[in-house]
Design a binder for this molecule. Structure first.
Ligand code: NAP
Length: 267
């Protein structure tokens, strides 16, 4: 079993990371920063975002596992005191082990950013946002190459299904089960009056649809992809669609999505 561990950097997470290495050594796991089969994130959902972007070029070869050292996370669903059990199950299910973990695959969003100074592409695990830095954002939203609306307001958020429990939720978006291959577009404080109008409701686009957001004035914007921030002052457009890539999580025991939603937000 080739593994790698990323931790949040706080003392508790770093201690747990050391404990993981000790236990892993006893099971003859091989620490491999270049080509791990399993990447263990120790901290919170934010730590998993870092782990995801660290191994973004190897998504098809890696399964992620999350341990939380704070509250239950959506990507980080193992408790700190369950580390031994986790390692035991991992050792049973390595390439030579008798068991295989269930691999669940979650949809991602693909972004193509077009700027006057060049183009860039990204993949998001949670969401992409476009926000104004010093004033109202003016942006045209097209769906499948047809103009849908002219947006004025603080910004726009485009979420993956697993990201719907994060920023999207704070914007009034629906929570979407990650087996549904879709992206959700939510508005951040749109201006709606007799002159300016947007739909005002979150939109769910299926896998085969795409949406383009065109910058419609000279404006300083902040683009975010998960925890990453990019100030941009020459944006032309951003194309958002469900990615052809998925992220894999190794499930060594069942933990249904709706249980995580209930425990995280209600219990
Ligand atoms: P952060 O400020 O440390 O994280 C914000 C919170 O979002 C943390 O409590 C984090 O959980 C939680 N989170 C991350 N992914 C989640 C998910 N899929 N479902 C539920 N909660 C989730 O910032 P960060 O660590 O750089 O993370 C960036 C993320 O923060 C963004 O992707 C965005 O979704 C989220 N965010 C949320 C809001 C909001 O809700 N108003 C505003 C801005 C950004 P942990 O404590 O377990 O790490």
């Amino acid at each position: 079993m080739r593994y790698y561990v990323l931790d949040r950097g706080d003392q508790h997470s770093m201690d747990l990371s050391q404990q993981f290495h000790r236990l892993a050594q006893e099971k003859n796991f091989k620490l491999d920063a270049e080509s791990p089969e399993i990447v263990v994130s120790i901290g919170g959902d934010g730590t998993m975002l870092h782990a995801f972007h660290t191994f973004i070029d190897r998504l098809s070869d890696i399964a992620f596992v999350g341990v939380h050292t704070g509250h239950l996370g959506f990507y980080a669903d193992w408790r700190a005191d369950e580390l031994e059990e986790l390692i035991h199950l991992m050792s049973q299910s390595g390439s030579e082990g008798p068991l295989k973990p269930r691999i669940v695959k979650y949809p991602l969003i693909e972004l193509e950013i077009h700027k006057k100074s060049g183009n860039a592409s990204f993949i998001a695990l949670n969401e992409f946002t476009l926000k104004g830095v010093d004033g109202t954002v003016v942006a045209q939203v097209d769906i499948n190459d047809v103009t849908f609306e002219m947006f004025r307001g603080d910004g726009i958020c485009v979420s993956t299904p697993s990201g719907t429990t994060a920023y999207n939720k704070a914007l009034g978006g629906a929570m979407v089960h990650p087996t549904i291959e879709a992206l959700q577009l939510t508005e951040i404080a749109s201006i709606n009056n007799r002159v300016y109008r947007t739909l005002g409701s979150p939109l769910l686009l299926p896998k085969h649809h795409h949406c383009d957001i065109f910058s419609r004035k000279d404006q300083r914007l902040l683009l975010t992809v998960d925890h990453l921030n990019f100030p941009v002052d020459d944006l032309i457009s951003v194309r958002c669609q469900v990615s052809s890539h998925k992220v894999s999580f190794a499930r060594y025991r069942p933990f249904p999505f709706w249980d995580r939603v209930r425990i995280a937000f209600l219990n």
